[in-house]
Design a binder for this molecule. Structure first.
Ligand SMILES: *Cc1c(COP(=O)(O)O)cnc(C)c1O
Length: 379
């Protein structure tokens, strides 16, 4: 095999499209290197167009976007926010920044995302304790949209706002609409390993203009519109810089192409591996079209002949990165006192899942090597 094994195969590395440097050059030529400038406005406008959200605020990270969304919804000390149990901590830590408490809801097997029936149970239980949740923030896991319509139906009688954590689902579709659309607000991430990256960054999107204007204001230290500095509220330094936005604009141009390639890689793995006893892949509910940010495989080790950890180590020996599924929030020591509804589905997916390398620039040889390494590690 011609593959150079000194070159590590990463899980999901950045993949530039070509026009990023053109936008960066524009930023340099205009000397808008400092935060704000035409690239930030351009990135927000481009993202509005692609997402269908009327208003967008470009920020330093997805975590910052979630923090601002919850702050603007009035989440504060003693409040409860319902979140996905099976997610990345950036989805949930903003709840604690505001002194509020997350309550976790398990996934269902159909979507691997927040189970709407369990969500209803969780809401009823919180209300019975006199603590109506201030927001519900489901994650679109690994690019798969949660079943928004069913979740919205659950939320309707309570008028609790929905904020979708679409950090992983940039470019995915739910019933023909962009991931996150339909919620009060949605949070996106352009961190280094996401499907497109601005080298780090995030976006808060909403159809509510006031929300996005407030987010921009809070992200720039909540300065009053006066010639001198005056602050009536505490803000943050969360605004995206003009250079970072330039990279984001270039990446948006190749989003469709990246989704196409991610889905192709998923299909390749599924075709080559799913026929082997004990191996299966993340389901694909017909309400959506996942961007397949990460390809996740489930391993039944008694049928297959190797555990997810044995596969991971065998890949590592070939200098190939793979990673366990997110460790559910209810298992995190920092959340040991938080309430969880269900939890067994997330635990099961964590125990049996493995995220396979799926960088959009991977070669056919590299993909073959991953497959043969997985199949050869059976006892
Ligand atoms: C990446 C990620 C975030 C955080 O985004 P950052 O831009 O890294 O802050 C939040 N939630 C989920 C589910 C993520 O995968």
């Amino acid at each position: 095999m011609s593959t150079d094994r000194s070159k590590r195969i990463y899980l999901s590395p950045p993949h530039m499209g070509g026009s990023e440097q053109k936008y960066i050059a524009e930023a340099f030529e205009s000397n808008f290197i400092a935060p704000l400038g035409p690239q930030v406005n351009g990135f927000e406008k481009d993202f509005s167009e692609i997402s269908g959200f009327k208003h967008c605020a470009a920020l330093t990270s997805g975590t910052a976007a979630m923090h601002l969304a919850l702050r603007i919804l009035g989440v504060s000390s003693g409040d409860v926010v319902i979140a996905s149990d099976l997610t990345f901590i950036g989805s949930v830590s903003p709840v604690t920044f505001l002194g509020a408490e997350p309550v976790f809801v398990d996934s269902d097997y159909e979507t691997w995302n927040m189970d709407p029936e369990l969500l209803d149970k969780a809401i009823k239980s919180c209300i019975a304790e006199g603590r109506t949740p201030k927001a519900v923030v489901p994650t679109d896991l690994y690019g798969q949209c949660a079943d928004y319509d069913r979740i919205l139906e659950v939320l309707k009688p309570y008028s609790i706002p929905l904020v979708i954590d679409a950090a992983e689902s940039v470019g995915s579709m739910y019933k023909g609409k962009f991931a996150g659309k339909g919620a009060f607000a949605a949070v996106y991430s352009f961190n280094g390993n996401k499907i497109i990256t601005s080298s780090g960054g995030g976006m808060l999107a909403s159809d509510d203009e006031e929300t996005i204007e407030k987010a921009r204001w809070l992200s720039q230290q909540a300065r009053e519109p006066k010639p001198y500095y005056e602050h009536n509220e505490i803000g943050y330094n969360y605004r995206m810089s003009n250079v970072v936005a330039a990279i984001g604009r270039g990446q948006l141009e190749v989003l469709e192409e990246r989704v196409r390639r991610k889905r192709e890689i998923f299909d390749f793995y599924e075709q080559r591996l799913a026929s082997h006893k004990g191996l299966s892949f993340m389901p694909d509910p017909d309400f959506g079209k996942s961007n397949r940010w990460l390809t996740v495989m489930l391993i039944d080790s008694s049928l297959f002949g190797a555990t997810p950890e044995e596969i991971r180590l065998a890949l590592e020996k070939e200098n190939i990165e793979s990673r366990p599924v997110w460790n559910p929030m209810h298992r995190q020591p920092v959340f040991k006192n938080c309430q969880t509804f269900g939890g067994k589905v997330g635990e099961d997916l964590f125990e049996h899942g493995l995220c396979l390398p799926c960088g959009t620039a991977m070669t056919a040889d590299e993909l073959e090597l991953v497959v043969s390494t997985i199949l050869n590690c059976r006892k």
